[in-house]
Every structure is written in structure tokens, then in C-alpha cells.
Design a protein around this ligand. Structure first.
Ligand code: PBG
Length: 343
């Protein structure tokens, strides 16, 4: 009688981790400079002079400096910059009038970068907060951020930014119905090819502090409550519903924000919806990394690259990050690039 020996072969997953060449071969996700979007804070003269300390990558730029920064980004393989205007308090008002000025800092910066003819895309933020004295993303009437009048304002703004040369407009305001109306406004004004990157799932997060500081809306920051329009951080199905709505209204790409505090949402959207998606590694997430590294608590470079990698692993196609230039420069020189042969 033949006795069949039943082998229980021990599985050894560590075989795939023994050598760096094998780890490289079996790695599932990677970040390249093509996955990165660099934010640029373009400031008017008054805000440039005001200066003040800021995080690296979040400093206020003049228009020529922003063109130079965009050129550096293009050279490193970064495929888009996102322009945020920094406006002096003296130019802000209740009605966000500055948002509709074709000679405002945002339009002039976009025109200047477009003029430079760089090999990268120009993303223009569409929200009223840089221009409102109260710091809200929309118009306020009787203490309420009013939806439909805000959407009309955003449509005007989007058309203006597209006319200045933006390739992509990015409504970051979280009003209802704005994607559809912006799409119609763009189409009617001959901007059929301008894409919409909509902040579909943007949480009312505590991690936007350094951004508001860079924008000069820190005065309002403490009292600024955006919970009547931004998502409750306790909700993920609602994030999915928002994403579906924006896609139905014509969003080309959706943004999930914050990215690190929304890794689960990135993954759910990736699994359930068929749409390009970016993750925004927001200012507070970036600042925590800087602060911990400054105190010697963690290694800056490896923590940064791991952060970007996990956002990619969660499902993001691209990542908006203040560390885009530095990360792209690192990625451009791989750690195992062939070394010169010793003579
Ligand atoms: C507002 C806007 C915010 C950010 C981008 N656009 C802040 C807010 O909602 O108050 C935050 C980005 C960051 O923290 O890096 N339109």
C-alpha cells in the first residue's frame, strides 16, 4: 500500500524581503514626480512685504518667483502647479469683490505662468476664502453661508481664471451643485477643454491651520467654523455620496482632503467609483512631519516618502503636497543609481 505523505510546507513570505532587488521587483506601489502637484502661494505686494515665518514650501511668492518655482517644478518632472492667491486684509470684503478682478493676483500669476510655456498644467483654486473678510469659502447672509449665490460667484470666478490661462479649475468650497453650474459656465464661455478638479470630499478638518496662516486668514482662523459646508470627519459614506454627485455633475477628477486623515476614503472611492482621484496632503499633516523632524523625533526624508507612498497605496492617482519639489528632486536620483566606476 502506498502511503501518501502529506506535507505541510511552511510558507516563507520573508523570501521576498531578503534582498533589495527582490523588494524592488515585488513592490506594488511607487511614487514618481509625475504623481505630484505643487501648490504655489502667490502674494500681492502688501502680503509679500508682511512676510513672517512660514513652513518651507508654503512661503509667499511674487509673480516672477512663482514662475521660477513652476519652472523648477517642470524641470523635476512635476506635472502641475496649483495656484493660491494671498490677498491683503485691506483688499478683502464681505462680498469677495477681489475674486472677480481680472487684474487680481491670481489671474496675473496664472497668466504669467501660462505665458512661460512650461510643460505642466495650471490648476486654479476656485473658492472665495482668499477674498472674504470673514474667511468663509462662500458669501454670508444673516450668519449663513448661502449656497446658490455663492455658486453664481464661483462660476464667474472659474470663467475668469480659465480666461487667464488655467487648464484646470478646482472648486474647493463644498457648495452644493457647483460642479454642474461651473461646467455649464465654462462651456458657454468657450472653455470646453478646461477640466474640473472638484474637492468632492473635503472634511471640516483641524489640519488646515498652516494654510490659513499662509493665506493671511489666520485672524479669522480661531472662530472659523466651516462645518455647515465641509464634511463631518466622522462620515465616509457621505464622502462617497458627495463624490458620486460631483462625478454626475461633470467633475473630471475628484480631490479627497485631507489625504492622510482620509486614507480610508481614498480607498473606498478607488474601489467603488471609476474616476481619477487626487489626495491633498494638507498643511497640518505636512507641518506635523516638519515639526517632528525638527525635533529629531523622526527622519524627515524617509517619513516624507513613506507618507506619499501610503497616499498612493490608498488609491490616489496624484498627490498635492508642499513637499513636491523636494520629493521630486529625491525621486529623480534613485538610491541605487549606478555609481561611477572607481578608477
Ligand atoms: C479653502 C481651502 C483650504 C485649504 C485649501 N483650500 C482651507 C479651508 O478649507 O479652510 C487647505 C489646504 C491645506 O491645509 O493645505 N478653500
Amino acid at each position: 500500500m502506498i502511503v501518501m505523505q502529506w506535507y505541510c510546507i511552511m510558507k516563507r513570505p520573508r523570501r521576498l524581503r531578503r534582498t533589495s532587488w527582490m523588494r524592488d521587483l515585488v513592490r506594488e506601489y511607487a511614487v514618481t514626480p509625475h504623481d505630484l502637484v505643487l501648490p504655489l502661494f502667490v502674494a500681492d505686494d502688501e502680503m509679500l512685504q508682511r512676510g513672517g515665518e512660514s513652513l518651507p514650501g508654503m512661503d509667499r511668492l511674487s509673480i516672477p518667483q512663482s514662475v521660477a518655482r513652476a519652472r523648477d517644478a517642470a524641470r523635476l518632472g512635476i506635472r502641475a502647479v496649483a495656484v493660491f492667491p494671498v490677498v491683503a486684509a485691506s483688499s478683502k470684503d464681505e462680498r469677495a469683490s477681489g475674486a472677480f478682478d481680472p487684474d487680481g493676483i491670481a489671474c496675473r500669476a496664472i497668466a504669467a505662468i501660462a505665458e512661460a510655456g512650461l510643460e505642466l498644467g495650471l490648476i486654479a483654486d476656485v473658492a472665495l476664502d482668499p477674498y472674504t473678510s470673514h474667511g468663509h469659502d462662500g458669501l454670508v447672509e444673516r450668519g449663513d453661508v448661502v449656497n446658490d449665490p455663492t455658486v453664481s460667484a464661483l462660476c464667474r470666478m472659474a470663467v475668469l481664471l480659465a480666461s487667464a490661462g488655467a487648464d484646470v479649475v478646482a472648486p474647493s468650497d463644498m457648495m452644493d451643485g457647483r460642479v454642474g453650474r461651473i461646467r455649464r459656465a465654462l462651456d458657454r464661455s468657450g472653455h470646453q477643454d478646461v477640466a474640473i478638479l472638484s474637492y468632492a470630499a473635503k472634511s471640516a478638518s483641524s489640519f488646515y491651520g498652516p494654510f490659513r496662516h499662509a493665506m493671511g486668514s489666520e485672524r479669522a482662523e480661531g472662530s472659523l467654523d466651516k462645518r455647515t459646508y465641509q464634511l463631518d470627519p466622522g462620515n465616509s459614506s457621505e464622502a462617497l455620496r458627495e463624490a458620486r454627485l460631483d462625478i454626475a455633475e461633470g467633475a473630471d477628477i475628484i480631490m479627497i482632503k485631507p489625504a492622510l486623515h482620509g486614507l480610508d476614503i481614498l480607498r473606498r472611492v478607488r474601489d467603488e467609483l471609476d474616476v481619477p482621484m487626487f489626495g491633498y496632503h494638507v498643511s497640518g499633516e505636512y507641518a506635523m512631519l516638519c515639526a517632528a523632524a525638527d525635533r529629531g523625533l523622526l527622519d524627515w526624508k524617509s517619513a516624507l516618502h513613506e507618507t506619499l507612498l501610503v497616499v498612493k497605496r490608498a488609491g490616489a492617482d496624484a498627490i498635492v503636497t508642499y513637499a513636491a519639489l523636494e520629493a521630486a528632486a529625491d525621486l529623480a536620483r534613485p538610491s541605487h543609481a549606478p555609481r561611477a566606476r572607481p578608477s
